[in-house]
Design a protein. Structure first.
Length: 367
């Protein structure tokens, strides 16, 4: 009898072949929706996931996605029957599994000497029907087959939190030396640092007793920035309510703020020299009148921290060096929650609270 691991390994060749980039026809302005600005413009493909798959692979929210080296795409969600969905690059769902992360929210990929692992963040916030629940969150390290390696629970257990402090983490990032950084974005707003084996090292950030320009207010996402080399790596943390990213050294010293006015940004995703992020909400007066404020889009920043494109949003305009507030320009997205960047430059955008729809693919248009 074949196990799920054997099944997955047998799919690797097909996934890699499907991942090969093919030539594309130019977008048709009469029928294609094109969004973005400058050299980062995209054709919208809302049918990336073939119709009819929801019957066997139901979803609630599509939270985050990563791509492993054989081309498969892993996505974490929060449906009570299956929190992990595995896709082919053509949008076909290979399988879905997992019921141990009801608050499935964050998904990070690590590569350890050629072997890949997943870090799954369960925020502890979840729903059953129309009823919402809150419990302590946790981080789980697994292999690509879902086998648990270890988990990290409430920081009180290692003396990092007081008993009355809540722990509802939203994301992780892995440093070049294997250190694990966790953001407690729905909880106490700290960044928690552990070594590669899960031993606590330090905490920093927070939103109390720190200068305003350094505070973390809904520390929703985190990434390790190695664009200047691993010896100059830094930590980038989302401060979503403040419409910005904060940059810190690896040991938690504040460096700078990357402002994205008007944008309730989610986790920073670094690919090449750019930083990509989903925008969950913006501030459009007309949109704000609708239930749940479906005003999301995406943003792309260059290595200097300048917004160079806002697919689905208004064109970035700088006046005297400051970015004017961005907002949704057209309703392609409801709530952008994560961006997965493919090798050919295409984007897969996951959404929160988007009427139980699958991710949207943005196909990059050649400059």
């Amino acid at each position: 009898m074949k196990t799920r691991r054997h099944f997955l390994s047998g799919l690797a060749t097909a996934a890699a072949a499907t991942f090969t980039e093919t030539l594309r026809a130019a977008p048709d302005p009469k029928k294609d929706t094109v969004i973005g600005h400058g050299t980062h413009r995209y054709k919208v493909n809302k049918e990336w996931v073939p119709a009819g798959q929801g019957r066997h692979h139901p979803i609630l929210n599509c939270h985050e996605m990563v791509q492993v080296k054989d081309g498969r795409l892993f996505m974490i969600g929060d449906h009570w029957d299956n929190q992990m969905l595995v896709f082919n690059p053509d949008g076909t769902i290979l399988e879905s599994w997992g019921s141990m992360w009801p608050g499935g929210h964050g998904l990070t990929l690590s590569n350890e000497n050629g072997e890949e692992f997943l870090f799954v963040t369960d925020s502890g916030l979840w729903k059953s029907g129309s009823t919402g629940y809150r419990q302590t969150g946790r981080i789980t390290k697994t292999d690509l087959g879902g086998r648990e390696i270890f988990s990290i629970s409430h920081p009180m257990s290692v003396g990092a939190y007081e008993p009355d402090m809540v722990f509802n983490p939203t994301e992780t990032a892995i440093a070049p030396n294997g250190d694990i950084y966790i953001v407690d974005g729905y909880g106490s707003q700290f960044v928690l640092r552990y070594d590669a084996r899960g031993k606590f090292i330090q905490r920093f950030g927070g939103n109390k007793d720190v200068p305003f320009e350094q505070r973390l207010n809904n520390a929703h996402g985190i990434a390790i920035d190695t664009r200047q080399g691993t010896d100059k790596a830094t930590v980038i943390v989302t401060s979503r309510v403040d419409n910005c990213f904060r940059r810190f050294t690896l040991d938690g010293k504040y460096l700078e703020t990357l402002a994205v006015p008007g944008c309730m940004v989610c986790r920073p995703v670094i690919a090449g020299q750019e930083l990509y992020a989903g925008v969950c909400w913006s501030k459009t007066p007309e949109i704000n009148k609708l239930p749940q404020n479906p005003s999301g889009f995406t943003v792309i920043l260059d290595a200097a921290g300048k917004v160079i494109s806002a697919p689905g949003g208004t064109e970035p305009v700088y006046e005297e060096g400051k970015l004017k507030p961005l907002m949704q320009a057209e309703r392609v997205f409801d709530h952008g929650h994560d961006v997965c960047v493919l090798e050919n430059g295409d984007l897969i955008v996951c959404q929160w609270n988007a009427l139980q729809t699958y991710p949207i693919k943005l196909e990059k248009i050649a400059a």
